[in-house]
Ligand binder design. Structure first.
Ligand code: FMN
Length: 227
């Protein structure tokens, strides 16, 4: 499978979240060989969208002639697009959000009603694409935290999306926490295998992956230096 990973963490390969993403990719590779490209959003030359909408009117060309043209080609050439990012202010980091905004040329100005909502009609064929979000965060709680990013992802990619969230993800870069992070990454790897085999992940496994690795009060006490 041709996979494009868009890494939204400015920490590049040192990202806490990329530990999760790499474990997922390992799970995919356990089942079959994968063709993986990883792009660090912070390294891409992508101007913010100007909001002129000319890309939606003129057949898909943005007024900016920058790195996004190549990224759009890569997106369309992929079968699985993985958005890997840390939660920043309940959303995605700005360099990755700039890339998301600049996917506008994939849609036309025309809108259609689907159920109770409106969406833009594609002007590129995205039917071969599957979308996966992998998100780590710094707080120990998942509820009252991940919801805005999850909802945004579901609305942006209503067709085929899978969402993996993990709280307390700074622990992935703490060697002393291996006793809890290694088993968690094993669960993520299992999720990757399931996804490769069935195109979905059992909800119970996603819930387990999305639970705190250590009790939230203990995590908060460690972060606060109260141990
Ligand atoms: C600007 C900024 C905003 C953040 N906002 C949140 C947030 O809304 N919720 C949360 O749980 N963690 C938040 N965090 C913490 C990060 O999600 C956390 O440190 C994460 O593990 C970083 O992952 P990375 O190493 O993949 O970049 C924020 C961090 C930064 C720098």
């Amino acid at each position: 499978m041709k996979i494009l990973v868009l890494n939204g963490s400015p920490k590049r390969d040192d990202s806490d979240t990329m530990h999760i993403t790499r474990a997922f990719l390992d799970g995919l590779q356990d089942v079959s060989q994968q063709d993986v490209t990883i792009l660090h959003a912070i390294e891409q030359r992508v101007e913010p969208c100007t909001g002129c909408f000319s890309c939606m009117r003129n057949g898909g060309t943005c007024v900016h002639d920058d790195g996004m043209r190549g990224i759009l080609d890569r997106i369309l050439d992929s079968e699985l697009l993985i958005w890997s990012f840390p939660l920043y202010c309940y959303g995605m980091p700005a360099p990755l959000k700039a890339i998301l905004d600049r996917t506008l040329p994939l849609s036309s100005m025309a809108m259609r009603k689907v159920g109770e909502r409106y969406e833009h009609v594609e002007q590129a064929d995205l039917s071969h694409l599957h979308f996966l979000m992998i998100c780590g965060c710094g707080f120990p709680n998942s509820r009252h935290n991940f919801e805005p990013a999850v909802e945004q992802f579901k609305l942006c990619f209503p067709g085929d999306h899978t969402i993996v969230t993990v709280p307390e993800s700074p622990l992935f870069n703490v060697p002393e926490a291996a006793v809890v992070t290694v088993p968690r990454l094993e669960l993520v790897r299992r999720a990757g295998r399931q996804y490769a085999e069935h195109g979905t992940i059992e909800p119970s496994l996603l819930t387990e992956i999305g639970s705190p690795m250590i009790p939230e009060e203990q995590y908060a006490a460690i972060v606060n230096g109260n141990t």
